[in-house]
Ligand binder design. Structure first.
Ligand SMILES: [Zn+2]
Length: 303
């Protein structure tokens, strides 16, 4: 039996009887181009758009994706682990808060209304920050404990794939570091499109895999990043689903956080936790497509 890769569309099935095996050729779900083997194990690549992604027919990703509806956040950043991380100055929350400030700066100039919906709220750094700036916030989070904690921000317990048509529409649909984790990005984009107001925007941030260093880091099949997007692949995926990219930004932290010595790092984290938004915003700077570590895109509905 041949298992069809869920993220792909099967184009043709050719039976090579002489070799007594069945070969299937796929078309890329982003660009409609040919799919070829990637040099990385269990990975495929869209030849035209450059998207790398996990071959779901060879590697069972259910174990990776099912954890998000479990106690993902508690295991990742909760309880004693968070306490130890904070003492050792490896707690990333202040850095994520700084990232939220810099994301807000990017979207705030481009949005008309104040109705905000976040897909994959996680620890709530973004929704907390946005709610302080006059936005009416809503969101979804598959982790039941986490969504319960964030009830006051109108967070519902749901997977992005299960978000059905809603009569509500939003001026900003916001998705930060989510799309590379989900099983079916196309479906998630369609669900986003369904809840964007006519003049609204979709914001997406993912690791920037046009940057060779980020691609190398993201490629291993056991990594939770199932899709390794570039601007081209994301643009095509959005276009295919009735969305037009209006703004692109590549950002990197000004300081190399991973290579800081402990004292330097603790000073920075302390500053981030207590200093102004202006300081937090200054932690990230815009850069080029091959050196930025994050890719940010704003898209609007095409008519
Ligand atoms: Zn493609």
């Amino acid at each position: 039996m041949v298992i069809i890769n869920l993220a792909l569309t099967r184009e043709t099935e050719v039976n090579y009887s002489s070799k007594n095996q069945t070969a299937i050729s796929y078309i890329c779900f982003c660009c409609g181009g040919k799919v070829v083997e990637s040099y990385a194990k269990y990975k495929l690549r869209g030849e035209e758009c450059g998207l790398h992604f996990t071959d779901q027919s060879k590697f069972n990703i259910d174990q990776l994706t099912s954890q998000y509806a479990g106690e993902y956040w508690k295991k990742l950043r909760g309880g004693w682990k968070a306490a130890i991380a904070s003492i050792l100055c490896i707690d990333k929350r202040p850095i994520l808060q700084a990232r939220a400030v810099s994301q807000f700066e990017f979207i705030n100039q481009r949005v008309r209304g104040k109705r905000f919906f976040e897909i994959g709220v996680g620890n709530g750094e973004v929704i907390r920050f946005i709610s302080k700036h006059g936005y009416h916030v809503n969101g979804l989070e598959p982790d039941p404990q986490q969504s319960q904690k964030l009830l006051r921000f109108n967070v519902i317990n749901l997977k992005a794939e299960d978000l059905k048509n809603s009569h509500d529409s939003y001026d900003i649909v916001f998705m930060s570091h989510v799309l590379e984790h989900v099983k079916n990005p196309s479906l998630v984009i369609q669900n986003c499109r369904n809840i964007i107001a006519d003049n609204g925007i979709l914001f997406i941030e993912v690791p920037n895999c046009k940057n060779p260093a980020i691609l190398e880091k993201d490629l291993p099949f056991w990594h939770t990043h199932l899709f390794n997007f570039t601007t081209e692949s994301l643009r095509k995926l959005l276009h295919k689903n009735g969305l037009l990219v209006t703004d692109v930004q590549y950002v990197s932290p000004v300081m190399d956080l991973d290579n800081m010595v402990l004292v330097e790092r603790s000073l920075l984290l302390w500053k981030l936790a207590y200093q102004s938004s202006k300081f937090k915003q200054s932690l990230y700077c815009t850069t080029t497509s091959t050196s930025g570590i994050y890719l940010r895109i704003i898209a609007k509905k095409s008519l």
